[in-house]
Design a protein around this ligand. Sequence first.
Ligand code: PLP
Length: 427
Amino acid sequence: MEQLLDFYEQLGVSRAVYGYGEAALERLKDRFDAIDKIAEYNQAKVLAAMQKNRVSAACFAATTGYGYDDVGRDNLERVYADVFHTEAALVRPQITCGTHALTVALSANLLPGDELLSPVGLPYDTLQEVIGIRESPCSLAEYGVTYRQADLLPDGSFDYQAIGSTINDKTKLVTIQRSKGYATRPTFSVKQIGELIAFCKSIKPDVICMVDNCYGEFVETIEPSDVGADMVVGSLIKNPGGGLAPIGGYICGTKACVDRCAYRLSAPGLGQEVGANLGLMLSLYQGFFLAPTVVAGAEKGAIFAANLYEPLGFTCVPNATESRHDIIQAVELGSEEAMIAFCKGIQAAAPVDSFATPLPWDMPGYNDKVIMAAGAFIQGSSIELSADGPIRPPYAVYFQGGLTWYHAKLGILLSLQKLVDAGIVRL
Ligand SMILES: *Cc1c(COP(=O)(O)O)cnc(C)c1O
């Protein structure tokens, strides 16, 4: 298709970069087929939950004020609970982001004197202030919740011995982060998470196991709640919002845990009964409906990126061939300059703000300067094509999202183009 090549050239991708990309794609056919199968399964799962709960136009009506008897909101929570196979769900636009959802889940279920354990090493950057690993007003530490951590073994696996010796009578909640976040450790499969949960519960049967499910939803056919998690938590401007949810977070889990989360989010006594939907229900339902295919496209983009960059000598996590458990692709670029070039390419490929130039800045909640490329319809949405990373060795850029595979493909090709143009990469 000569016209397509002309178009790519017009968008800034040289024939050399395009050709290099096509050669990589040739090798990926079987993997892409396997991803499509998972998407097909998850689409059926979402559809079945929507049909079972008789989703209708009435669910999309806006409510205001207190939001008592909000049919659409209550039904969306049943749909989420059915997809995640949990007793209950809290899915709200009043949950402002993933960090907020995790904060609600933790602070609702931990009381003064309780201890929180992370058996998977240091949690995601923003959680460090929530917990009080980095001092912060209103942290869990300030409220008398202690924290302990068991680091992963050098090969990225669980250190069962350390975990076992860290669990004690105060240990109330175990927080397991599925995705690597801004670390270069592997993301855990749902099966591995299930094994870890089983181990923790074998030592302390009543310990609450919470999984930070950010970026993991719909990548596999099962979720951590299928393997024993008491709560799974995530952001609606990542996978489950399907790119359409303009805000929100979810907590799915046991009724006991989710009830407490609802009381923490609104107020004791009010719980899940209040919280108007402000007209956002259509986006939340429709986004959830689209999420399995959107996630599949994003995952293809991540695999494509690894298969473009790894042969050029850049360390990719996950690597070009290993199995995937989230939509994040880390590429260790080795310098700030290369990070900026990569991000410029992602930005230039965007439907929104393609003319902007991403630069490192001091982002709230993060310890190092962060660079972010995002030309998103929903601001800050990282299920849309985006790249970011803290400016610190190994200068890894974390690339994720893409509402369509074709957009992800263009963004990755343009990122490589910018590295070629800057003289950092030679094809
Ligand atoms: C994105 C993310 C969060 C929460 O981030 P928000 O930007 O607050 O939505 C938490 N944990 C992990 C692993 C994440 O990727």
